[in-house]
Ligand binder design. Structure first.
Ligand code: ATP
Length: 507
């Protein structure tokens, strides 16, 4: 397989060629960091949503789903801190005129040092062979220790300057580290400035400032402001959760990396309301549960890792990301945060409404604590795509591009293919299609040689191809070809639906 950057480009090209993801407004040269999902993309996306919704809402009696509006009262974003603090420190390169997030520049620099450590490990592992002790090497090798120390010094200084809003020092650090613009290669930087990520628009017909509202930058606040509604109407007892899937908007500056970082994207969030003091127990519980959700898809566990935050947001008392090994490196896919009572308390204060829970077990009222799980739908889509895209060299030397999408998530579950276009095979195939389409997303295809049609289905990740041949007319059997192994079995027509159902079950 090609190197990672090439692989990433191939995945993006494949996603376009086969109708998964298109650049938005492409015929007008595109809109940066905005994407459209095509005919197969929307199916895969819906299947991921469905998997999340079922495992979070349907399988938990104490989690209820909602769908709140994107537009919300502007004071909500004051209370949540987004108006004052949803900022990224930005820096421009004067030569390329490109704008960067200062934290991303510093983190990329740190990642390069980490890569050096990794290189030392790989070299040593080769040199020492079986007797190599990684732990010992990491704690004793001088070059590794020096590099770890460098990372430590940089992080400490950067985050302390960030906390103090010392933008001058952040610029100084970038200069001292000799960070160059990836486009121009120069160190000719502007000052660092704060930039708010929320999109603002006007509501109603009068255009003065009081009518300014925001496109929500996260779905979570829609849940917090509905806490009382859901708790009361659902007669919920703590601990309980509220979940929702919906669009969020952020005016991201570092808008590269395909659907990893978009300006309009979808989140799947769940806020779990607990008794104060029990939040860290639930935090651990949800970390574990959420990682299982990912690996249960059938993607290998070593593609995921936790990244526990040492530096916490002002409202959190514990936070961890689930990172995925994308072709662009290990990056955040989901955040699990223990948000204390920060949000509900803030809404209580700003709205003047009492937002509390009367706990009959202790005969007391309190503002619940919150543990949230927040996952990007588009990033999960990208994770599935990255894991699934493969180029296989077959026995005859040809290469097949195949998407090994976990079958239960595949856009099309079965393709119905008459072997030839004559002898009544298309009619028989249509009969099968007419029945099967009520059970699964299916596709009928009679154009081109059968081998070519199999390849087309492999390329969009269809796990099963049902082929209707001359024997079908004699004994009402068909072949079912499995995408990954390319193995074919012969089964009776009236068994097709059940065979597929059994094979689609999540392991
Ligand atoms: P990052 O540090 O990558 O900007 P974040 O920490 O700001 O992400 P959260 O606010 O915790 O992200 O949002 C929760 C999840 O929403 C993320 O884990 C990610 O999967 C998704 N997400 C956030 N921003 C974007 C974006 N611009 N495009 C696509 N998905 C996003």
């Amino acid at each position: 397989m090609a190197n990672n950057e090439d692989l990433f480009k191939k995945i993006i090209a494949h996603a376009k060629e086969y109708g998964f993801v298109f650049q938005s407004s492409e015929i007008y040269d595109g809109l940066s960091a905005v994407y459209d999902y095509g005919q197969y993309g929307v199916e895969l996306k819906n299947n991921i949503k469905d998997y999340w919704w079922k495992s979070m809402v349907q399988y938990h009696e104490n989690i209820l789903g909602i769908d709140s509006a994107i537009f919300m009262h502007p004071t909500i974003w004051k209370a949540s801190g987004h108006v004052d603090a949803f900022n990224d420190p930005m820096i421009d390169n004067k030569d390329s005129r490109k704008r960067y997030r200062a934290d991303v520049l510093v983190e990329d620099h740190i990642a390069k040092i980490e890569a050096k450590i990794q290189k030392e490990v790989t070299k040593a592992a080769k040199r020492f062979g079986d007797s190599f002790d990684k732990e010992q090497f990491l704690t004793t090798n001088q070059r590794v220790l020096d590099n770890k120390e460098r990372i430590n010094t940089i992080s400490k200084r950067f985050y302390s300057s960030l906390d103090k809003d010392d933008l001058e020092d952040i610029k100084l650090l970038i200069e001292e580290l000799g960070i160059v613009c990836p486009v121009s290669g120069s160190k000719n930087w502007t000052e660092v400035r704060q930039f708010n990520l929320m999109f603002a628009t006007k509501i109603g017909s009068v255009s003065d400032d009081s009518n300014e509202i925001y496109l929500r930058p996260e779905t979570a606040q829609g849940i917090f402001v509905n806490y009382l509604n859901v708790q009361k109407s659902g007669r919920m007892k703590i601990p309980f959760g509220i979940a929702q899937i919906g669009k969020a908007f952020r005016n991201e500056i570092v808008a590269r990396q395909f659907i990893f970082r978009m300006r309009e994207f979808e989140q799947m969030e769940m806020q779990f309301f607990v008794k104060p003091g029990e939040e860290l127990k639930w935090f651990e519980y949800w970390k574990d549960k959420r990682l299982n959700w990912h690996t249960a898809m059938g993607i290998p566990a070593d593609k995921y890792r936790f990244h526990d935050h040492e530096r916490l947001a002002h409202y959190a008392n514990a936070a961890s990301d689930i990172e995925f090994d994308f072709p662009i490196g290990f990056k955040e896919l989901e955040g699990i945060h223990s948000r204390t009572d920060f949000d509900l308390k803030a809404h209580q204060e700003y709205s003047g409404r009492k937002i509390q829970y009367f706990d009959p077990e202790i005969n007391e009222s309190y503002v619940p604590y919150v543990v949230e799980t927040s996952i990007g739908l588009d990033r999960t889509f990208l994770a599935v795509l990255s894991h699934s895209y493969n180029e296989e060299t077959l026995e005859d030397g040809s290469v097949r591009a195949v998407m090994n999408i976990p079958p239960f998530l595949a856009p099309i579950k079965a393709a119905v293919l008459p072997l030839t276009k004559k002898d009544g095979l298309p009619e028989k195939a249509r009969e099968i299609m007419e029945v099967l389409k009520y059970d699964y997303m299916c596709q009928y295809d009679e154009k081109d040689a059968i081998g070519k049609r199999y390849r087309r289905q492999d390329a969009i990740g269809t796990p099963y191809c049902i082929t209707i041949d001359h024997q079908t007319l004699d004994d009402n059997t068909v072949t079912i070809r499995e995408r990954d192994s390319m193995k074919q079995d012969r089964i009776a027509i009236d068994q097709i639906s059940e065979v597929i159902r059994n094979r689609l079950k999540i392991a």
